[in-house]
Design a binder for this molecule. Structure first.
Ligand SMILES: [Zn+2]
Length: 821
């Protein structure tokens, strides 16, 4: 479009409507919250009225709402977005970038930044702020001028479902004693607050939509994630972050994060605001959050964390009740206390956002140059070796073909180049078969791939725990073999966008089928078989399957998911035969339990039907008549028993199971039921059922902190076996040694008739951090305890942690599908 035509268009357009005119209130007004229909509706109107604003729907959320990306830039840039995206793709991969192209891009490519709001739905201010930000960018001449040099991508809410969940809860209890109080359920259908812990595993649709946009389409140089924290600390955290720095982060990015943060802080102080802190709580160790994954993609990733209000309602804090450091270089002006409004957060966040846009516009060429130089350094470092590549040999050198393909697909979806060997090759003296997957480190997103494939060795700074978990190594959590190769090698490689396991098959002939049960896909098949009324029998270390539909179901599942089984003509005798899916109850406390959400999500992924049980359903009793298996998610024992106090949450959600519910659970077990306790809920069962089991780490909660065992999110090895009597169905098909995920979890000593199914060896730590790991040696990680005519299965770790631990899903599947008689 020519400048003349553009001018004509601008002059004839209606002036864009203000958010206050569209909503009937100014965003940030006390006790007024716009929901997703209002927010997205306003953004759409603005896009119709302003040539600076464009709205795209990237896809649908978990619950079906439109997931929206806004592109705000000058009309001239709007008219060449395809060119700009192509340019970003070149900058992101300097191998494809010629010197001439770089000079051309330095001359005319705008900087591209992403501002993401409201990933945590109760941190609601940014969802409101975004409307004012978009309006100002589109209409204020001083802001608009910046848009020749910068493309502002904005996600108005990273979780529109959750925004509506929170706004409707807030409106429902506004004006009551529960105004602004906690929700009794998760604000993301499955994973609640963990929606900001899914950024490498990509299990949820929202994560996948944004990841695709970031690393396949837009490649922004700076990503800003807008958060809130508790109510009574500093008013706003901005970078610099706290130590330690992950070894895979480029130093130029670390300094650029500092730079962005101090620019924001300076702008806030320029505006006369106070309470802005650096180097608090949030460190640069962890991988998996929305601000941390871009930093492994050569982007500057930052967050800010504002002090919260009670959703839309203000809070008042005296100076004495504010927990804040004294005046210093990291906190130049303490907050004097007073009333803190939603509008205050909006005001702070508008200033930080504006400071970022201004910095990106003014510093455009540096922003571009840094993106390229960090990418070049990643490639050069990878080509120099140490390591040179990771090799993931194909099945049968992988126990679970689907875990192997999923790991490759997680990397590829995150923008990592994955290659398949067309022929066998030799690397570091080992021969690898054709079909091996190769992840070379000489690629732009080396840091992301390396950080996911290698072991973490966290070293605390000033005895501080990491902000989130300490370790996340995917080959360990997923039970996938990934060999490190340190020296360059030659191989005939073909780049792949995704990997599917080679279709499995039925070997032999006959209508009786034997499964080794080594893969998660076989558990999915067992659920389908039992759901269709086929017969499944545990015979020795195998599963025997029979029934009129068995062949059709198994053939279909094997072809899709890559496991192989044997058919025979005659069945041996013995074994326990099941012919229907166990009736599974999954307890959902009214505390918004994230582990419950992950469990539910996992069961749905594998076709395992369940019934959600609330406190009232349990208290009603008669559980044994209705269920074969009850699963208690990870939760503090006292929170299961007592829940949330009725002063904080409406009565119908208050109080937990109570003694009546706890007794009903005990009666269920004594009457022949199977109770599966995940991690913290084990303590509940040990106490209520008087199990001959001790959680030896329960006592670690007392005593001086430096003397306590401590492992805040680490991967430990365990060994199976050493168990008297027949193999438990819980470990059927599971490798004799495997890695488990441990997040301040439990470890047990047991007496008969309880027995340990998995035990920690002498030095169990594989990745992450553990203080006094020797205290785990010889302790049980997984326990089966017969009680009355039923049984309890205690997981002292997290078998389905954040949807990542494919290597231990099987134990949970066996516990719910096979352990009940
Ligand atoms: Zn947050």
């Amino acid at each position: 479009m020519t400048p003349l035509l553009l001018l004509g268009l601008l002059q004839t357009a209606e002036p864009p409507i203000r958010p206050s005119a569209a909503l009937g209130f100014e965003p940030g007004t006390d006790s007024m919250l716009a929901d997703w229909k209002q927010v997205s509706g306003y953004m759409n109107t603005l896009a119709q009225q302003s040539p600076f604003v464009r709205v795209d729907t990237l896809g649908r959320t978990t619950e079906g709402r439109p997931f929206v990306l806004m592109t705000i830039t000058s009309p001239a840039n709007q008219n060449r977005l395809a060119d700009i995206k192509r340019g970003q793709g070149l900058l992101a991969d300097p191998r494809r970038l010629t010197d001439v192209e770089l000079e051309d891009l330095r001359a005319k490519q705008p900087a591209v930044i992403l501002i993401s709001n409201n990933i945590h739905s109760t941190e609601v201010a940014s969802s409101q702020m975004g409307m004012t930000l978009a309006y100002r960018l589109a209409t204020d001449p001083a802001w608009r001028r910046l848009l020749d040099s910068v493309v502002v991508l904005m996600i108005p809410s990273m979780n529109p479902d959750g925004l509506d969940t929170v706004v409707s809860w807030y409106r429902r209890y506004k004006g009551t004693r529960y105004e602004g109080g906690p929700l009794p359920w998760l604000y993301h259908k499955y994973i609640g607050h963990d929606n900001n812990r899914d950024w490498f595993m990509l299990t949820q649709v929202e994560t996948r939509l944004v990841t695709r946009m970031l690393y396949k389409e837009w490649f922004p140089e700076i990503v800003y994630d807008v958060h809130q924290m508790g109510t009574n600390g500093v008013r706003l955290f901005v970078p610099p972050f706290q130590d330690p720095v992950n070894p895979n982060l480029d130093p130029a990015l670390v300094e650029a994060m500092n730079l962005v943060g101090t620019q924001m802080a300076a702008a806030l102080y320029d505006a006369g605001l106070t309470g802005i802190a650096h180097q608090q709580t949030y460190d640069l160790w962890w991988h998996g959050g929305f601000r941390s994954t871009p930093t492994r993609h050569n982007m500057v990733g930052i967050l800010t964390e504002a002090a919260s209000t009670r959703l839309g309602s203000p809070i008042t804090l005296s100076i004495d009740s504010v927990r804040q450091p004294g005046r210093g270089v990291n906190y130049a002006a303490p907050w004097p206390g007073g009333t803190w409004h939603l509008g205050d957060i909006v005001r702070y966040e508008l200033i930080t956002s504006h400071a970022l846009v201004r910095l990106a516009a003014r510093d455009r060429i540096n922003v571009i140059d840094r993106f390229v130089s960090v990418g070049r350094r990643a490639i050069d470092d990878g080509l120099a070796g140490n390591p040179f590549a990771y090799v993931l040999p194909p099945p049968p050198d992988q126990r679970d073909p689907e875990a192997w393909s999923t790991l490759a697909n997680v990397l590829a979806a995150g923008g990592v180049e994955v290659w398949r060997a067309a022929e066998s090759f030799t690397a570091d003296g080992k021969t690898y078969a054709a079909g091996s997957l190769v992840v070379p480190m000489g690629q732009p997103y080396r840091a992301h791939a390396k950080d996911l494939l290698e072991a973490q060795h966290y070293t605390p700074v000033a005895d501080r725990p990491p902000y989130d978990v300490a370790g996340w190594t995917l080959p360990f959590t997923m039970g996938v073999r990934a060999d490190v190769v340190n020296t360059p090698f030659r191989a005939n490689l073909v780049k792949v966008d995704s990997v599917t396991p080679t279709p499995g098959r039925i070997e032999g002939s006959g209508e009786i089928f034997f499964l080794k049960n080594r893969t998660n896909a076989e558990s999915r098949a067992v659920a389908a078989l039992l759901g269709a009324g086929q017969m499944v029998t545990v015979v020795g270390d195998s599963l025997m399957v029979r029934g009129p539909r068995a062949r059709a179901i198994l053939a279909e599942q094997a072809a899709r998911h890559g496991f192989t089984m044997t058919a025979v003509r005659t069945a041996p005798g013995g074994g326990v035969t099941r012919q229907r899916l166990p009736r599974i109850g999954l307890y959902q406390p009214w505390t918004g339990n994230i582990d419950e959400g992950w469990t539910r999500w996992l069961f749905e992924q594998y076709g395992i039907s369940y019934t959600t049980l609330h406190d009232a359903d349990v208290k009603k009793g008669g559980l044994r008549q209705r269920f074969d298996v009850i699963v208690l998610p990870d939760a503090d024992g006292s929170s299961i028993l007592r829940g949330v106090d009725s002063t904080r949450i409406p009565l119908q959600y208050a109080g937990g199971l109570g003694d009546v519910g706890a007794d009903a659970v005990s009666a269920f077990v004594l009457g022949g039921g199977t109770l599966v306790c995940l991690d913290g809920s084990s303590n509940f069962a040990i106490t209520r059922l008087n199990l001959p089991v001790v959680n030896v780490l329960a006592g670690e909660a007392s005593g001086p902190q430096v003397l306590r065992f401590y492992a805040p999110g680490s991967i430990f090895g365990v060994v199976l076996g050493g168990v008297e009597g027949p193999r438990s169905p819980v470990t059927l098909g599971v490798s004799d040694s495997l890695e488990v995920y441990f997040e301040n979890s439990a470890a047990f000593t047991v007496s008969a008739p309880a027995r340990a199914l998995a035990t920690y060896p002498d030095r169990p730590l594989r990745s992450g951090y553990a203080r006094f790991e020797e205290r785990l040696a010889g302790k049980a990680a997984l326990v089966e305890a017969p009680v009355g005519s039923g049984r309890v299965i205690l997981f002292g770790f997290r078998p389905q942690f954040r949807g990542q631990t494919h290597g231990t899903f099987k134990l949970l599947f066996n516990a719910v599908l096979l352990a009940a008689p």
